[in-house]
Design a binder for this molecule. Structure first.
Ligand code: 9MR
Length: 376
């Protein structure tokens, strides 16, 4: 495989960018903090400054925690949201719409509508899609989680699901998160994963084989959080990847979700982690990046917090840019308006790169500048 070079070059000339198409930039965000320096590419969408061998993506909000909100389906109903989604990104990840409980709500019924709509939208706007996800311990429908099935039945259920879902979008998915979060922090297979518990870890290889048969062009990934630093979990993934490759299982990539909190340091060893998988010949990706923080009483982050947040985002992007075959960089949502974070971490928030009204935080400007420099 030809190794790609991403030597950072000079900042793009503003004149070049003007010919690409410029969106108006907002001078101030809701906290009153002036937007960071633009370096000549203010207002240019992220997808226009991203290196050509990298996809810049976002989760597409809908389902999950959003079911509790006034706008239960942002992707369908929030027009400004859709405009930013189409304009800024060239990769889209259904946040919940392809998970088992959404797409396969009853044993003999699939609900493809919401996922179809995202795939259609992506095609119309020149975006690729990351499929998420096929084998996971969470967000499984009750009929599956509470059902009484023999091992043979469970195996057949998984196989049929993968052939049906992956097959439906055959040729239209850039990358599938085939196996999601299969190891715990100690590097042990998670026993709450119904497939692994009931069928044993060998089912992971089968899931990859089935997905590959159903869509030979999709890149098939292992995906997890807590792999931003070396440790037992990363070791477990490395050993698994080596084994799968030795067994000629169609594994193509390893992804770090990168759900970060400013309570902990920036992931300064992420590059080294990704490199270990790149060395195995795999693609790597960042699939769910956000950076949450403890909010002051006012609920509004300080300027200092926003600067620190921008540095975290940059650390992750720099890691991906520095590894040859890191080919996809996805944010887990681009606006705080729909972020999962405050629902799961009540005292934390402000984790995305835009405010509720889609104005940009320093983190957005930093990503834009870093991408533009890498594209050269
Ligand atoms: O963002 C998703 C949220 O809407 C759901 O309620 C939640 C339920 O588990 O899942 C969130 O997405 C997760 C992703 O699918 C896998 N990695 C962790 C993400 C954040 O929890």
């Amino acid at each position: 495989m030809t190794k790609k070079s991403r030597v950072a070059a000079a900042v793009l000339a503003a004149s070049t960018l003007l010919t690409i198409g410029v969106q108006p930039a907002r001078a101030e965000n809701t906290s009153g903090t002036p937007a960071a320096g633009h370096g000549g590419h203010a207002g240019v969408p992220l997808r226009r400054v991203t290196p050509r061998d990298l996809k810049i993506g976002t989760a597409v909000a809908g389902g999950g925690h959003h079911l509790e909100q006034d706008y239960p389906d942002p992707f369908t109903y929030d027009k400004p949201y859709r405009r930013v989604l189409a304009g800024e990104f060239n990769s889209a990840s259904p946040e919940n719409q392809m998970k088992w409980e959404f797409i396969h709500p009853e044993r003999n019924r699939y609900n493809f509508g919401p996922a179809d709509a995202i795939v259609r939208f992506a095609r119309r706007h020149g975006q690729v899609v990351r499929g998420h996800t096929l084998l996971w311990h969470s967000q499984n429908p009750a009929w599956l989680a509470e059902g009484q099935f023999s091992k043979a039945e469970l195996r057949a259920i998984l196989k049929q699901h993968i052939f049906t879902v992956v097959g439906r979008y055959r040729g239209q998915i850039h990358q599938w998160d085939v196996a999601n979060e299969i190891f715990d922090g100690n590097g042990a297979y998670r026993q709450e994963n119904i497939w692994i518990r009931e069928l044993g870890p060998g089912i992971v290889a089968d899931a990859f084989r089935w997905a590959h048969q159903a869509d030979p062009r999709a890149q098939l990934f292992l995906n997890d959080y807590g792999v931003e630093w070396p440790g037992a979990k990363v070791d477990a993934y490395e050993a698994l990847a080596e084994q799968l490759l030795a067994d000629r299982v169609p594994l193509h990539g390893f992804a770090s979700q990168a759900h970060l909190s400013m309570r902990y340091g920036a992931p300064d060893q992420l590059r080294a982690v990704l490199q270990r998988f790149d060395d195995l010949g795999l693609y790597t990706a960042i699939t769910e990046l956000d950076v949450r923080m403890d909010l002051p009483e006012s609920g509004v982050p300080t300027a200092e917090q926003l600067t620190t947040q921008a540095q975290y985002y940059k650390t992750v992007l720099d890691a991906c840019l520095a590894v040859d075959d890191c080919n996809s960089f996805t944010l887990w949502g681009f606006t705080d308006k729909y972020s999962w974070v405050p629902v799961f971490f009540p005292t934390e928030g402000a984790a995305t790169v835009m405010w509720d009204d889609f104005t940009r935080k320093p983190a957005y400007e930093t990503l834009q500048q870093t991408l533009a420099e890498a594209r050269g």
